[in-house]
Every structure is written in structure tokens, then in C-alpha cells.
Design a protein around this ligand. Sequence first.
Ligand code: DCP
Ligand code: MG
Ligand code: MG
Length: 368
Amino acid sequence: MLERVVMQVDLDYFYAQCEEVRNPALKERPVVVCIYSGRGADSGAVTTANYIARRYGVRSGIPIFRAKHLLRGADAVFLKADLDYYDEVSRRIMNILRRYADKFEEVSVDEAYLDVTERVKGDYEAAKKLALNIKSEIKQAENLTCSIGIGPNKVIAKIASDHQKPDGLTVIKPDEAAEFIGKMNVDKLPGVGAKTKSLLENIGVKTIGDLAKQDPQKLISIFGMKLGNYLYNAANARDDEPVKERLEPTQFSRIVTLKQDARSIKEAERYIEDLCHDLHSKVSSQGYAFKSVGVVCVTDALSTYSRSETYEHPLDSYDNLKSAATALLSRLLEEEKIKVRRFGVRVADLVKKSGQKTLYEYLTSKAE
Ligand code: DCP
Ligand code: MG
Ligand code: MG
């Protein structure tokens, strides 16, 4: 069997680049794309910024007022995010990318994995040529740049794609992979956030190479079977995750910014109801039940906290969703003692309900 060749494509500074495309005069200036919370002129967060703005320290997720401060006197442009427009550009680009793949997986609005093993017959030179063709077709069709990573699996392809942004192309052959990632800090591994990073620091692990040398049993005892195994294998450049064609959605979610920060379940209650209504009508109108419910909270310092629960049997009622979300949020608020600024609910592990919903069921589920 051929050894896999996996490609990861990620569009560069996507929202901000879309803005440059429709207004090329912006290209010379720092561009910051914002989501305004509606609580005051500069209240809200930065979604992304072009590379000129990044030189001033502007990053995704920072408050708008901080970005304004960093960019004072720099002739910067602050724009309100136009999500429909970015979605439209994304959809067209995904349609281009899909044609280049044996198997294609869209992971976010600006990011996809392509399994190209068969079409390049396992050859990395051929894969590199294919990637150059992809870059030039996207440039011609949409005038956008992207970065591409090629490697023996998804983990390596993703790290490679991130390695030489923007407009990068990084090819890592199977026998180079472990060395390529070995010197990087552990948080370069997909899935390693602040929490995992600090737990790893406690056992003296700073680089991916340090992680690769750990006893896998020890990692499993700290992180559990799933994450422990993943960390050990990924650090050794091993990852069996297939590129998955996704025809069906895998989750639905809704998030809101609270009018006032909340510390208690009481203060958050009415948001839970609205959010669950909205989410439930979306999920049920598409004919899904769900086995997993999650909540996410973002604080005013933009730290993110989440809790989720998976049930043995699928849930499908609004009441079930609301009580699950309420219980999770209560637990989270008790354990973390945070002030919540944005709050979201997510359902996943979707199960398609057999049979078409009747119009009556659909209408009553919306009216609940
Ligand atoms: N995004 C967001 N909020 C975040 C991170 C990202 O709204 N905290 C949005 C804006 C980004 C898009 O998602 O343009 C894609 O995210 P990426 O992480 O791929 O970041 P960019 O494409 O902006 O930059 P890069 O050139 O690093 O890929
Ligand atoms: Mg991107
Ligand atoms: Mg991305």
C-alpha cells in the first residue's frame, strides 16, 4: 500500500484578505476585522488582521480597544466583519480545492485537508507540483493567497502549513517528520492549548521532542487514554486520523455576547433559554437528534472555558437541551468562578432521525 500523502490548505489572514480583495487600496495599511459586541463604540474583539497590523502585535481575539491602542498613528482601517461575504468566498474556494483531492475534508471557513495519495501515487515531488497548481488557481480565481503543508498525516500537514505563512509551501517527507517537529514548542501540536501545555511543563516537557521521549503510560495516566495516546503518537510524527469526507454536519452551535457580564446561573438564565430555542429549532428543522451537549464561556479577558457531556441515548427536545445546558453552565460557573462575557451552546454526536419530520412537528418545534 502507498504511504499517505496529506495536504493542509489554510487561507492567509482570511477575513482581512477578503477585505483587501474588494478594496485593494487597503493592502498598504494595517487592516483589522472586528466583531462589535454592541455594548459601546469599541467594545468587541478582533477576528483577524492583515500581516501589516500583526507587526504591531494585533492578534485574533484581542479587544478592539487594545488593537486601536497598538495601532495608534498607524493609519489603520477597522472594519466590521462581513461573515456572509467571507462564507461566499470560502464556498467557492472549497469547490476548487475539492477537485484536487481523492478525499476532501473542510475543517473551517478557511481550512481543509486533502488526501492526495492516489493521484500523486505517493510521490512528494508530484504533491508539491499539485500544491503549486492549487495556489495559482486560487490566486487566479479569487486573488487570494494561501499556505499549504504536505506531510504523511494530518498533524504534520497542519504544522507544515503553519510553518511559512503567508503564501507558504512546506513539504515534509515521512523520514523528515519527527525531526521537523522535534525542536518546536509543544503548543505547536494541534490540540495542545494552555492547560495541556502547563501540565506538560510540570513534567519537564517543553518541546515536541521532549514529549516524544516520554513514557506513553505516564502520559496516559496524566491525560487519559485518548489524549495521552494522541500526544505520544503525534509527538513521534504518527497520526492515523483519516481525511474524512463530510457530507453531513457534525455539530451545531450558537453563541451570544451578554449585555452585562454574568457570574451566576441566575444572571445567565434568559440567555440560555434564547440560545437553546434558537439552536433547538435549527437542529430539529434539519432532522437531527444529538448525544452530546456542550457550553462555552468567554471571559472579558477572552479566556475560553468549556464543559460538555455525552449521553447514552440521543436527545431531541428543547427541554432536554435547556436542562443539559443549564446544568453544565452551573457546574462551570461554580468550578471556575469567572465573569462571563460571551456564552455559547453546542450540540454534537448528531443522529439523523428516521423519517421526514411532518410539517406539524417542524412548526411546533419552532414555536416552542
Ligand atoms: N477567526 C475568528 N476568531 C478567532 C480566530 C479566527 O473569527 N479567534 C476567523 C478570522 C480568520 C479566520 O477565522 O480570518 C481563519 O482563522 P485562521 O486561524 O486561519 O487565521 P487567519 O486566516 O486570519 O490568519 P493566518 O494567515 O494565520 O491563517
Ligand atoms: Mg487562515
Ligand atoms: Mg484557519
